[in-house]
Design a protein around this ligand. Structure first.
Ligand SMILES: Nc1ncnc2c1ncn2[C@@H]1O[C@H](COP(=O)(O)OP(=O)(O)O)[C@@H](O)[C@H]1O
Ligand SMILES: [Mg+2]
Length: 342
């Protein structure tokens, strides 16, 4: 396996202050994530809203400073010219170079595009910022053609395009500086299903053409299954299971993974659906020790929900049972899950 990036015990805790400005709690948005990203492949990160996917992306790009842990860069990124392979230790010039090699695509293309800028200026912006201003016009046309648009779109504004076309423009811009990695944070979640498939196919074509590594974030397991070679399932700032896509979909181990999978349309109709009961717990941890731990006893809400489905033959798991932190164990080669060892 040729690694391009490695995350080591990465944590991001946001302090919560009371009205006096004193820290009273921490939001453990990211709480010790270890991942190895293979070059030229698509690595998926899946989990419900609030589990820390976007924080993972922002920490990985060093848009926010990690609380602890590190991001280790391979020679494919550093070119062996850097003073360090640890993202945290890069000089500002090295950080600039690093950022050129990672393109970013967010969920909301309208929010990512300045409504007052022409498409030609939006797509050329990274080129101008990084001093690559030669032949800008032909480069912009080439980038637009790569995503199925063209010269006729240069002098238009974002609002003149459909959602899918706008996401194409975002992708064109993300590729402007020939990055090695694209980080895609819910890139198709805001789009209609028919348009989603077109964008996903475009991304697959571009990956082959430019030998790109994708870090693909989504809450949608069907999209993840279609796109990813390998994936990590996140819950409350941690990875609860990680495996190659085929292995994870055919042999899930963690109860949360099983429940998520059972809710996807492609799930085997003959297998029982598993419902997740209870409210998504808050990642806020109070500094006051007595309130610090997430409760593992069944909650009143969960009891109510259990009684509502009682006798209907529905399988379920309760969220409180997921709050206990169990170490990651190896299930088979490359497959890890936070389950109790037999
Ligand atoms: N800047 C911030 N300050 C405080 N809390 C934050 C901040 N950014 C994210 N969070 C919290 O961290 C948790 C994870 O958020 P996020 O990474 O956006 O999740 P996801 O992308 O999976 O929906 C959420 O509870 C969110 O409210
Ligand atoms: Mg997010």
């Amino acid at each position: 396996m040729k690694e391009i990036l490695k995350l080591k015990n990465l944590k991001k805790h946001f302090p919560v202050k009371n009205s006096w400005g004193t820290d009273v709690a921490l939001v453990k948005a990211l709480d010790g994530v270890d991942l190895k990203i293979e070059s030229g492949k698509t690595f998926g990160i899946v989990g419900e809203s609030g589990c820390g996917k976007t924080t993972l992306m922002r920490t990985l790009l060093r848009l926010v400073e990690p609380t602890s842990g590190s991001v280790i860069l391979s020679e494919e990124i550093t070119g062996n010219n850097f003073s360090s392979n640890n993202l945290e230790d890069l000089t500002s010039e090295e950080l600039r170079y690093f950022r050129k090699q990672i393109g970013v695509v967010f969920q909301d293309p309208m929010g990512a595009l300045n409504p007052r800028m022409l498409i030609k200026d939006i797509v050329s912006e990274p080129l101008v910022i990084h001093g690559k201003a030669d032949n800008v016009r032909s480069r912009v046309i080439e980038l637009l053609e790569n995503v199925g648009l063209g010269e006729e779109h240069l002098y238009r504004y974002p609002h003149e395009f459909s959602g899918g076309q706008r996401q194409r423009i975002v992708i064109a811009r993300a590729l402007a500086l020939d990055p090695k990695i694209l980080v895609l944070d819910e890139p198709t979640s805001a789009l209609d299903v028919s348009v989603q498939a077109q964008i996903l196919n475009l991304l697959n074509d571009l990956q082959k053409k430019y030998d790109l590594t994708y870090i693909f974030i989504s809450h949608d397991l069907s999209v993840i299954e279609y796109m990813c070679d390998r994936l990590a399932v996140m819950y409350l700032g941690r990875v609860v299971e990680e495996a190659d896509t085929d292995e994870l979909f055919s042999n899930p181990q963690h109860p949360y993974t099983k429940a998520l999978l059972s809710a996807t349309p492609s799930f085997d109709k003959n297998k029982d659906k598993i419902m997740i009961l209870g409210d998504v717990p808050s990642p806020i941890n109070y500094l006051d020790e007595s309130k610090a731990k997430l409760a593992t006893e069944i909650t009143e809400q969960e009891k109510l929900e259990i009684s509502a489905i009682e006798g209907k033959g529905i399988d379920y798991i309760v969220r409180s049972s997921l709050n206990e932190v169990i170490p990651l164990v190896q299930i088979s080669d490359g497959h890890y899950a936070r389950v109790r060892q037999q």
